[in-house]
Design a binder for this molecule. Structure first.
Ligand code: ZN
Ligand code: ZN
Ligand code: ZN
Ligand code: ZN
Length: 353
């Protein structure tokens, strides 16, 4: 809301998304050309400020240096996990109780036999909506002279309903120097007769492509599956797997889930901050990581954002949608009009739903 002592010039030069103010209109135009503000950014439910990431929205609402007007309201009716604003204290309590999840049944993991787990890749295909989504996670053992080279020692794949599709030990192609038992829970005898990496690699590859040749994989209308993970580049590298970037959703690389410094957050942090529970304490099972990854993905995918015909700045219809306007034309627009033609520079996961 405008205060009386702000000049009309300053108001005109205020970004309609992040509220930054500029002395000159041309500077606001310059800002809009490079900001890629959109309806897909995390937005404060109180003042409607757009933030680059949930972490910057969290800082805006909770601190260390919050916007006081928003913090006061958020403290009463805001969910500290998904950061949405509810309409009363009571509905906040009910919502937050559902929004905070708990860790998967540790007993379930413990009951799994140590060898010969589920290794016959099957998925229930009774869906009608979009491509199937699977989450993948690995646990590493150490190779090389000092055991510092990551090797995949265990792998898990789950479906959207957290059902295990594939869960097995993997026999690395080179000797293991360090089994990292304290975190991996992997003993030499578990890998001795485990599935060789090459077989794991081809099973997973075939499963992901789902009968589609790799070169034919396309994001819509095909059979290939969407792959969700955390730092998938690293996992795919270890598995010697290739998969097209357009089918990958990585919770370590998704701008709304990254730090304000644009570095990745750990899966452990994301799970604590957004889902409200602890993972990776003691011996780790890749199933636990898969579940956390899938839940983060589902939470991001279920966001309700206004539909747009061409949601990405890189869509050919939008290409240079700022550059194609003459500077003088943009300077005559209101900040709101400029925001209306601005599009996201990343693929929002709400577009998968
Ligand atoms: Zn802005
Ligand atoms: Zn979106
Ligand atoms: Zn706000
Ligand atoms: Zn919530």
């Amino acid at each position: 809301m405008a205060s009386r002592n702000e000049s009309s010039d300053t108001l005109r030069n205020k970004c309609a998304a992040c509220f930054r103010q500029f002395n000159k209109m041309e500077h606001l135009v310059e800002h809009m050309r490079i900001s890629y503000h959109s309806v897909h950014e995390p937005i404060c439910g109180i003042c409607k400020k757009h933030c680059r990431s949930f972490e910057s929205l969290r800082e805006h609402l909770i601190g260390p240096l919050p916007k006081q007007e928003c913090k006061i309201i958020f403290d009463v009716v805001g969910c500290k996990f998904c950061l949405t604003i509810l309409d009363s204290y009571n509905s906040r309590m009910i919502h937050q109780g559902r929004c905070q999840l708990s860790n998967v049944n540790a007993g379930l993991i413990a009951r799994m036999p140590n060898l010969g787990l589920r290794d016959n890749l099957t998925i229930d295909s009774g869906y009608t909506r979009g491509p199937q989504v699977v989450a993948l996670a690995c646990k590493m053992v150490g190779g090389g002279n000092d055991g510092s080279v990551d090797l995949c020692g265990r792998i898990c794949l789950i479906d959207e309903n957290e059902n295990i599709i594939f869960h097995t030990y993997v026999k690395p192609p080179v000797p293991v120097a360090n089994f990292r038992y304290e975190s991996s829970g992997i003993r030499p005898e578990y890998l001795r007769d485990a599935m060789p990496l090459r077989l794991v690699q081809s099973k997973v590859q075939n499963f992901l492509c789902n009968g589609e040749p790799l070169w034919k994989v396309r994001p819509r209308g095909g059979k290939a599956r969407i792959l969700v993970g955390h730092c998938l580049d690293h996992d795919l590298d270890l598995l010697q797997l290739e998969y097209p970037a357009m089918m990958i959703r990585d919770t370590a690389k998704y701008p709304p889930l990254m730090k304000t410094s644009k570095l990745s957050n750990s899966l452990k942090y994301l799970t604590q901050a957004y889902l409200g529970y602890d993972i990776q304490t003691g011996i780790q099972d890749p199933y636990e990581d898969c579940v956390a990854i899938m839940r983060l993905y589902m939470r991001m995918r279920s966001q309700k954002h206004a539909p747009e015909d061409y949601p990405l700045a890189s869509d050919p219809q939008n290409r240079n949608n700022f550059a194609s306007w003459r500077q003088a034309e943009l300077e005559r627009m209101s900040p709101e009009e400029m925001l209306a033609i601005s599009r996201s520079d990343y693929y929002c996961w709400c577009l998968d739903s």
